[in-house]
Design a protein around this ligand. Structure first.
Ligand code: SF4
Length: 398
């Protein structure tokens, strides 16, 4: 018997080998961690009933948080829905809940652990639910960046501002270096605050990890020019920047992006305007600058929901944010005569958000109901203290 010859491929191992989602462990990454335990079959017809029964058995001991981007099958069991920061605060306001089941991604569960009491245990139903954007800034890379800024003689003028969508390590770095956290709703207030921390003409912001939110806020909301912004690429020596470029910049943007919002393009805006005359284009500020510049309205998920609530009957909207939320909003507002479409035909769900499905939720709730604490997300005390400092600065923003 002869075997077919396989052409020899020149495949080089990458420094960070890709892991199958849900398999093996990469302690430096938000994803790629095996989920222990026997999950119920997705085809089990009793999943909804099982989730309901386990939740009922747990009573006030459990509080289920559902991020806006979660699937409907999961959202139906959420005690509260919202963006990551609102959910973390809601959990902290429920001290009687011993278990906080966070239907979202890893960094969100970390933030909830930081903001809740030591007695409250935060559970992520699938440990493989990470965030590709948060993964784009590791603690080692950011420490190296700080060395580059120090070498260039600018570190003392730099105030870090980190987006909520970052790991606890990055939040702690931010707290340690006098910076603050921001959300997509308060990014301008956070930047205003940061520039007030030193001499306004020389102060700089290191914005982590979403370059688009940083650039959109600086240029669209604060009147800076694109030339005031440089992009620090952690995969290049010295971030790919010269000391002169770092000294001249006002905004040093980390080269990170959301793999969902970063895919909307100017073409998608032009296409939808041609397809639906009179359409209002409303996008999230994690979208690229040219998309945001071409949109009619820009804002966080909470802003998007409020804008649609206030929209007149008969209005038409193309929304550039995660598909689960857009689909839910389209269904919710259709009876009011509001036409809502997804901005792009090819952009898909956030794959890591979608890791949390009904079988994982049932498994987590039933395990807790049986007294087994599973998939706990716990931030170590030192990281927690510095991360909390950065979060508290955000809470104190005017
Ligand atoms: S939508 Fe983007 S920022 Fe949000 S969890 Fe998914 S990858 Fe991360």
């Amino acid at each position: 018997m002869t075997t077919a010859q396989t052409p020899e491929l020149d495949v080089q191992p990458t420094p960070l080998a890709l892991l199958l989602l849900g398999r093996e462990a990469d302690p430096k990454s938000e994803r790629g961690v095996e989920c222990p335990g026997d999950l119920p079959s997705p085809s089990d017809p009793d999943l909804v009933e099982r989730a309901r029964a386990a939740k009922e058995k747990l009573g006030d001991k459990v509080f289920v948080l559902g991020h806006h981007y979660q699937r409907d099958e999961v959202i139906q069991f959420a005690d509260v829905t919202g963006d990551s920061f609102k959910l973390a605060r809601d959990a902290a306001a429920r001290p009687e809940a011993e278990y906080i089941v966070f239907c979202g991604v890893h960094f969100m569960a970390e933030s909830a652990d930081i903001l809740t009491s030591d007695d409250q245990k935060v559970v992520l139903p699938d440990l493989a639910a990470g965030c590709s954007m948060a993964d784009m800034a590791t603690a080692e890379q950011v420490a190296e960046c700080w060395d580059v800024l120090t070498e260039a003689g600018v570190a003392e003028q730099v105030v870090p501002v980190s987006y909520m969508n970052s790991s606890a390590d990055i939040k702690a770095f931010t707290g340690k270096h006098g910076g603050t956290i921001c959300t997509s709703s308060n990014a301008k207030r956070a930047l205003d605050w940061a520039f007030e921390q030193g001499e306004p003409s020389t102060t700089k912001v290191l914005f982590l990890p979403d370059q688009h939110l940083g650039r959109n806020t600086a240029v669209r909301d604060m009147g800076m020019s694109l030339d005031d912004c440089v992009v620090y690429n952690p995969h290049k020596p010295n971030g790919g920047l010269t000391a002169e470029q770092l000294r001249a910049a006002k905004m040093i943007l980390w080269r990170g992006h959301c793999s969902v919002h970063g895919r909307f393009s100017l073409d998608s805006v032009n296409d939808v305007r041609a397809r639906i005359p009179g359409v209002n284009v409303l996008v999230h500020p994690e979208c690229k600058h040219e998309v945001v510049a071409a949109a009619d309205y820009v804002g966080s998920t909470e802003y998007i929901i409020k804008a649609l609530e206030a929209a007149p009957t008969g209005s038409k909207w193309a929304i550039g944010t995660e598909l689960n939320l857009v689909r839910r909003l389209a269904n919710r507002f259709a009876p009011e005569g509001k036409e809502i479409v997804f901005l792009d035909k090819t952009v898909c769900f956030c794959s890591t958000m979608n890791r949390i499905d009904l079988p994982h939720l049932v498994w987590a709730l039933e395990s807790l109901a049986e007294g087994n604490l599973v998939n706990r997300i716990e931030v170590d005390k030192e990281t927690e203290a510095f991360a909390k400092l950065a979060l508290e600065r955000m809470l104190a923003l005017p």
